[in-house]
Write a protein that binds this ligand. Structure first.
Ligand SMILES: [Zn+2]
Length: 61
């Protein structure tokens, strides 16, 4: 819920229209950990293995 006072200026009350990033539209990728061989899906650039927490992972295409 957005407090009404933040919407007094209509130009700044565009959060709903201008920020419609849907989590399902973000590209998730499959990764494989080089350390423990764990395969997992992750989103983002700073991907860490959920098992051993290393960043030594490779993207599977
Ligand atoms: Zn790992």
């Amino acid at each position: 819920m957005v407090p009404r006072i933040l919407c007094e200026v209509s130009d700044v009350c565009t959060v709903g229209d201008g920020f419609d990033v849907n989590i399902s539209e973000i590209e998730a990728a499959d990764y494989e950990c080089e350390e423990c061989g764990n395969k997992f899906r992750a989103v983002g650039k700073d991907v860490k293995c959920p098992s051993c927490r290393t960043r030594n992972v490779k993207k599977l295409e």
